[in-house]
Design a protein around this ligand. Structure first.
Ligand code: HEM
Length: 438
C-alpha cells in the first residue's frame, strides 16, 4: 500500500499518477548524479558491489527501469527481472524487489527480517499506526480483534444481503441511462457501499468513502512532499476520525464495533478503519471493472462461463492473478540477511511484487493469458504471510457472488463502447471502462 493511481477525486477526469511520476523522476535524478552505473540500459541487470556507501562490499544485482513505462505497463520489466535478477535493487524505486512467486511466498513469512513496522513511513505518519504496520504478537492481537467483522460467516450472514441490496439500487439507477463508465459509475459505488457496511461508517456516502480513500492513497504515495496533497490527506483522515467519533451505535459486527468490544484503543480502532478504507476501496473497484472488461474482450471466456465450464469465482481469482490490483507490499529490512546470494541490510526497503509472482512462468503456464479455467490456487493476489488480506472473504463475495453476476444478468447485451486504459504497478486497474446496453 505505497503508491497509488490518481483518479482526481469523485466526478473528476482520471489523471495519471503525477505524484508517483514526479517522485520517481526525482529519485532517478539523484541516481544519475550519484550512481556510477547510470548508463546501464533500461531493463538490464548488472551486478554491483557496495551499492550503498555504508555497506562493506554487499553484493546486490541492480536493475534499472523506466518509471513512466513501468507505470503504464510493469509486466515487461517484471518478466525481465524474473529472468535476469529475481531479487534486485531498482534504483528508481529505491527498493529491492522480490519477483519470483515462491521466493515471495517463503520470505514474506520471515518477519524477523522483513518487518512491516515502518515508524517513519508516510502511512504511519498520516493515517496512524495500523495493523499493516505491526509485526508478531502486536499485529496478531488486532488481527484477532478484527476477525469478527471480516469472517466468512459474518460476510454471509450480515454483509451479503446488504451488498445485494445496494448493488441492486445502483443497477436500477443506471439501467435507464443505456451506458456508463463501469469504473466510476458502477464499481466505485459498489465498493464504497460495501465499505460503509463493513466499517460501520454508514453516515458517510459511498462517494465520501471513495474520496477519503483516494486522498489517503495520494497522501501515502506523496514522496515528492507536495503540500496540497498532504493537506487533502489530513483533511480526509480528520473527517474519518470525526465520523468514527460520531458513530456511537454501529452495527454490532462492523469493524468499529468489534474493535471497541475487544478493548482495542480508539487510536488503533481509527487507524484500522482508515486502513480498511484506504486499502479496501480501489481493489474491489478495480477488479469489478477490470474483470468485466476482461470478459467483454475475451468472448470465448464468457462462453465458458455461460456453458458452466467455469464459475464467477474463477473469473475473480483469474483476473486478480492476471492483473493483480495490489502489485506489491513493502517491508523494512530489520536485520542483516542473505537470500539467494543477495545481501540485505537493516533499514533497506523491500517490495514483495505480488503482480510479478502471479505471472511467474515457473508456476503458471502461459502466465500472460487470461484463462478462467486455470488452477489459481498458487495465486498471491491477497498476499502470502501474516498480513494476508483481512478482507479476502468479503471481496470474493462482493465481487464474484454479487457485483459481477448481477451486472451481467441485468445487462445481457453489455458491450464496450470505447477503449479501457490501464495504469499503475503498485495498484493496477482500468482508468475507465465505457460500456453500453439496450
Ligand atoms: C480484490 C480485493 C482485494 C485485494 C486483491 C486485496 C489485497 C490485499 C493485499 C495484497 C494485502 C497485503 C497482504 C500482504 O502484505 O501480505 C491486503 C491487506 C489488507 N487488506 Fe486487502 N485486498 C482487497 C480488498 C480488501 C477489502 C475490501 C478490505 C476491507 C474491507 C481489505 C482489508 C485489508 C486489510 C485490513 C489488510 C491488512 C491485513 C493485516 O495487516 O493483517 N482488503 N489486501
Amino acid at each position: 500500500m505505497v503508491f497509488g493511481r490518481n483518479y482526481g477525486g469523485a466526478g473528476c477526469r482520471p489523471q495519471q499518477d503525477i505524484t508517483l511520476t514526479l517522485a520517481l523522476l526525482r529519485l532517478q535524478h539523484v541516481r544519475v548524479a550519484l550512481n556510477p552505473i547510470r548508463d546501464a540500459p533500461t531493463h538490464r541487470a548488472c551486478f554491483r558491489s557496495d551499492f550503498n556507501a555504508s555497506s562493506s562490499m554487499a553484493k546486490v544485482p541492480v536493475f534499472d527501469i523506466d518509471p513512466e513505462a513501468f507505470h503504464a505497463d510493469p509486466y515487461p520489466a517484471l518478466a525481465a527481472l524474473q529472468a535476469e535478477a529475481p531479487i534486485a535493487f531498482v534504483p528508481q524505486l529505491q527498493a529491492t524487489l522480490f519477483t519470483k512467486r515462491d521466493d515471495i511466498f517463503e520470505q514474506e513469512k520471515r518477519v524477523d527480517t522483513f518487518s512491516s513496522d515502518q515508524p517513519d513511513g508516510l502511512m504511519t505518519r498520516l493515517m496512524g499506526r495500523n495493523m499493516m504496520r505491526k509485526d508478531g504478537t502486536e499485529h496478531l492481537a488486532e488481527r484477532k480483534a478484527t476477525f469478527a467483522a471480516f469472517s466468512p460467516r459474518t460476510v454471509v450472514q450480515h454483509w451479503m444481503p446488504r451488498f445485494r441490496a445496494t448493488t441492486q439500487a445502483i443497477l436500477d439507477d443506471l439501467a435507464p441511462q443505456g451506458g456508463c463508465d463501469l469504473v466510476h459509475d458502477y464499481a466505485m459505488p459498489v465498493a464504497g457501499n460495501a465499505l460503509r457496511v463493513i466499517t460501520g461508517l454508514e453516515t458517510l456516502t459511498a462517494a465520501e468513502i471513495d474520496q477519503a480513500s483516494q486522498s489517503m492513497m495520494d497522501g501515502i504515495s506523496n514522496y515528492a512532499g507536495d503540500a496540497d496533497t498532504e493537506v487533502r490527506c489530513r483533511a480526509a483522515t480528520a473527517k474519518l476520525d470525526a465520523a468514527i467519533d460520531a458513530t456511537t451505535t454501529p452495527h454490532e459486527m462492523s469493524l468499529i464495533a468489534v474493535q471497541r468490544a475487544a478493548g482495542i484503543s480508539e487510536y488503533s480502532t481509527k487507524a484500522n478503519v482508515k486502513l480498511a478504507i484506504s486499502g479496501g476501496q480501489n481493489e474491489p473497484r478495480d477488479v469489478i471493472a477490470g474483470a468485466s472488461w476482461a470478459l467483454l474482450t475475451h468472448p470465448e471466456q464468457r462462453e465458458l462461463l455461460a456453458e458452466g465450464s467455469a464459475r464467477w469465482r474463477n473469473v475473480f481469482e483469474e483476473y486478480a492473478r492476471w492483473i493483480s490490483p495490489i502489485g506489491m507490499s513493502p517491508r523494512r529490512v530489520a536485520r542483516f540477511d542473505q537470500i539467494g546470494g543477495v545481501d540485505l541490510k537493516p533499514e533497506e526497503r523491500v517490495f514483495f511484487m505480488f503482480g510479478a509472482g502471479n505471472r511467474d512462468p515457473d508456476v503458471f503456464a502461459d502466465p500472460d493469458v487470461f484463462d478462467i479455467t486455470r488452477d489459481t490456487s498458487k495465486s498471491i493476489a491477497f498476499g502470502a504471510g501474516p498480513h494476508f488480506c483481512a478482507g479476502a472473504a468479503a471481496s470474493r463475495s462482493l465481487i464474484a457472488d454479487v457485483a459481477l453476476p448481477m451486472l451481467f444478468d441485468r445487462f445481457p447485451d453489455l458491450r464496450l463502447s470505447g477503449e479501457a486504459q490501464f495504469a499503475g504497478w503498485a495498484f493496477r486497474g482500468p482508468l475507465q471502462v465505457p460500456v453500453r446496453w439496450d
